[in-house]
Design a protein around this ligand. Sequence first.
Ligand code: BES
Ligand code: MN
Ligand code: ZN
Length: 485
Amino acid sequence: MKVYLKDIKEADCASDALILPLCEGDAGASLKYIGPAAGSLIKKIISSGEFEGKHNQMTLLHTSDMIRPDRILLAGLGRKKEISREKIRQAGGKAASLLAGLGLKDIALSARYLSSLGHLPSDFVEGSLLAVYKFSKYKSDKEAKGLKSMMVISRPDKHLRESIKWVTALASTVNFAKDLINTPSNDMTPGRLADVAKSLAKGKVSVRVLERKDSEREGMGAYLSVSKGSVEPPKFIVLRYNGGDGAPVALIGKSITFDSGGISIKPGEGMEKMKYDMAGGAVVLAVIRLASGYKLPLNLIGILPAAENLPGGSASKPGDIVRTINGKTVEIINTDAEGRLALADAIGYAKKLKPKAIIDIATLTGACSVALGNEAIAMMGNDDPLISRMKAAGDETYERVWQMPLYEEYGEYIKSDIADIKNTGGKTGSLVTAAYFLKEFAGEVPWVHLDIASVAWADKDRPYTLKGATGVGVRLLSTLLKEMK
Ligand code: BES
Ligand code: MN
Ligand code: ZN
């Protein structure tokens, strides 16, 4: 959907539907934009109690030639004093889904009311853009439905123009990540992920893919152990974006293209969803793509230790001991705790590139959603300034992060009798012990770990995120990095 700004009277804009966002009990404010005839119609609807302006309430009416737009969609924002950026995003999502569902093509948004409240109409646009995502690659009958354009009616405003440009870039980046995550593992192998990474190599982005031999030479035995049971060759993908000065920030994304659990095999029910175990890697690719497209003035390293975790005849087995890039030995208690094995080597590899910070993002533990439901990312780290920046970006984007502790006592949980460390400490505290395992590899480098297992996939529709891959992490990290430069 193409979004553009136009300074025109609402009543004069030719469109299939004009969206009028409204707060509860504030009808008067909007009516001045649409002229007396349509205005009195809306007044009637409001006084009849049919539309109250409750948050996410939507009422559609035909204008029968009273004004140029064919329809008006009243979009409820809720109480004025409770309005928030997220509520505006959600209303934008609801409105766009409804209009797209009707098969409409060209819509318009009256931005004046939101601006008059001191809010950014671009939040509404962001919700709309995110809501109309569809994954139809594998459907033979491609629905022709889909919004084509949204005219944002406003005075020319440099700030609004900039913020619309930003949310448009964000939404297309989120959709890029969602496509990768939704693609099943037979088509999204480590090799395919490497191809996608290579397709981003232009301008200030360069890409190097380490093949199995290269990773062996680097000594990444923990990472390599994950794909031993699969015929899909592992690909250790390294991207660099050089858009500025100074030490880079390293972004590491868990990239298990399918996680069967390996020999410690998972139960069959719901296993099909384990194609999303590369969501972290997709987020990293997406963020690099955005940084390059938007020319963010900073340096980034993206690392995707891609592998497929299957129980083949040569798969690694519980009890096996592997050696990581920094020399530490790991006893594999459970082959289903494979993410941390891959990430440990990726963190070790990143450290050699002297980053100023390491952020890893991973669908790491089932315990993450046991703790937080599907409402927040679990965050752990060793650097308070980076942690508070992450919190701020989480609040801004509503990709909320919640910090969990990394008490040193957790170190005891993952002590191995015969190796330096073991890859699981059992059920108790498994969200935090997984992170503690990574902390042992991050050492002194400022590091934050984001466990997105709770939010990377949605089983139900939300106002602007439909079922399936959510792309969560893209808006969070993009916003963090934009404000970090
Ligand atoms: N990829 C899974 C975690 C996961 C589970 C993500 C459900 C999304 C939804 C991870 O590799 C895993 O299997 N973790 C195990 C670790 C355990 C064996 C210590 C878990 O959390 O059950
Ligand atoms: Mn696993
Ligand atoms: Zn996994």
